[in-house]
Design a protein around this ligand. Structure first.
Ligand code: UD1
Ligand code: PEP
Length: 421
């Protein structure tokens, strides 16, 4: 199993390009199931989760091509024979496999998708996806660990989810695009990845209004088609935020290219509160950190508030900051798995339920630590960049799920980091 070996203490300097967003790429790859014409996506990140989604789509019958000379461009054709089944082997490695459910049901009238189990960060049920599809006329049973769904043409419905759900909104949005009549999604997720998906669907002929707000209206159409030009996936705000936190912790000055500061308002506000200088233009962000950051408290919540997917990385900054901070996690019930590993590096953190109290320490000391989930891995890398001596991060297959060449990008910025196979 691969590990990362980091020798801490180097400041970060230079420029880094941000890749396309994992959480936009995954639903947008599934959107290929909604039409018979080939769909081309640009700026597709090179990630394990993307590889898993492509394997799943191939298994379902989608023809997938990735140009050798343009590895960020993927062409998907779902015009042939389709077997609408997402098996456990693939779903268990990636919960986002559930995103094939809405499109398969809407276009082919049936789908069998293995029920995702819990994962390291929480129980993560998909009851709201099922509730919404039932409201649109689907018959759904859970049998032998699978969601078995069938429908004639789905019917538009007014759906209010019990909580804001990102992939739930995406599944229902894709299903509603081909349903008969109007669907209104109340309490919809407003994340930029949902908006990017809606823009792709509109380019495919869908009739959608209100994306980016809590109420999305969709007038179903009979057929979708390929967009006139390839859709470019929105930049990954979480990858960008991770690099901002790395600079805040390690010090230095870095320009992020292909990054959208307006998708990171809450994170940038907290970095400024910590004393970090952040400037931004339309598609770039410059970050400069000259001194030890100040500890800052925050609470995760749905977009546009502070993202849960940045909680672990910002906690790593707080671990070496001046002062004390309180971090509250409100989205997932078990998203503090990184805490015990950060403590192995010398961090001072006390967890009480959904709250972590961090007393910033002037230094951390390198050790062997174990990644437990995707963003936990990133937080350990950030801590390793600052810690004295060598830090080894084990189980980085979690990191590879969601970061495109992270160690190569950090090395180009001057970090002493290498992958050990
Ligand atoms: C592939 C993808 O885009 N993943 C993101 C997506 O995950 P995902 O879409 O799985 O997360 P949700 O927004 O659905 O989850 C939010 C909360 O609602 C609960 N819930 C959700 C659906 C449901 O049917 N029932 C239910 O109880 C979840 O357990 C969780 O507590 O949004 C999360 C919250 O921003 C991010 O951390 C993930 O990176
Ligand atoms: C939790 C995450 O992803 P997923 O929903 O794919 O598990 C994440 O990207 O931080």
């Amino acid at each position: 199993m691969d590990k990362l070996l980091i020798r801490g203490g180097r400041r970060l300097q230079g420029e880094v390009s941000i890749s396309g967003a994992k959480n936009a790429a995954l639903p947008e790859l599934c959107a290929a199931l909604l039409c018979a014409e080939p769909l081309t996506l640009d700026n597709v990140p090179r990630l394990q989760d993307v590889a898993t989604m492509l394997a799943l789509l191939r298994r379902i019958g989608v023809q997938v091509e990735r140009a050798e000379d343009q590895p960020a461009r993927v062409c998907l054709a779902a015009g042939g024979a389709i077997d609408p089944v997402a098996p456990y082997e693939l779903v268990k490695t990636m919960r986002a496999s559930i995103l094939v459910l809405g499109p398969l049901l809407a276009r082919f009238g049936r789908a069998t998708v293995s029920l995702p189990g819990g994962c390291a960060i929480g129980s993560r049920p998909v009851d709201q996806h099922i509730k919404g599809l039932r409201a649109m006329g689907a018959t759904i049973a859970v049998e032998h660990g699978n969601i078995v769904a069938s429908a004639g043409r789905l019917r538009g419905a007014r759906i209010t989810t019990d909580m804001i759900t990102v992939t739930g909104t995406e599944n229902l949005l894709m299903a509603a695009a081909l349903a008969e009549g109007e669907t209104v999604l109340e309490n919809a997720a407003q994340e930029p990845e949902v908006t990017d998906l809606a823009e792709l669907l509109i380019a495919m002929g869908a009739k959608i209004e209100g994306h980016g707000t809590g109420r999305i209206r969709i007038q179903g159409v009979e057929r979708l088609h390929a967009p006139a030009v390839p859709h470019r996936i929105v930049p990954d705000r979480i990858e960008a935020g991770t690099f901002l936190c790395a600079v805040a912790a390690a010090g230095g000055e870095v320009v992020l290219r292909d990054a959208r500061a307006r998708h990171l308002d809450a994170v940038i506000a907290k970095l400024r509160e910590a004393g970090v200088t952040v400037e931004a233009g339309e598609d770039w962000i410059r970050v400069r950190a000259d001194a030890r950051p100040k500890a800052v408290s925050f609470r995760t919540s749905e977009y546009p508030a502070f993202p849960t997917d940045m909680q672990a990385q910002f906690m790593a900054v707080n671990c070496i900051a001046d002062g004390a901070a309180k971090v509250s996690e409100t989205i997932f019930e078990n998203r503090f798995m990184h805490v015990n590993e950060l403590v192995r590096l010398g961090a001072q953190i006390q967890v009480d339920g959904h709250t972590a109290m961090i007393q910033g320490a002037p230094r951390l000391s390198g050790a062997t630590v174990m990644a437990t989930d995707l963003r936990a891995s990133a937080s350990l890398v950030i801590a390793g960049l600052v810690a004295d001596g060598a830090t080894t991060v084990e189980r980085i297959y979690h990191l590879d799920r969601g970061y495109d060449c992270m160690e190569a990008k950090l090395r180009a910025l001057g970090a002493d980091i290498e992958r050990v196979r």
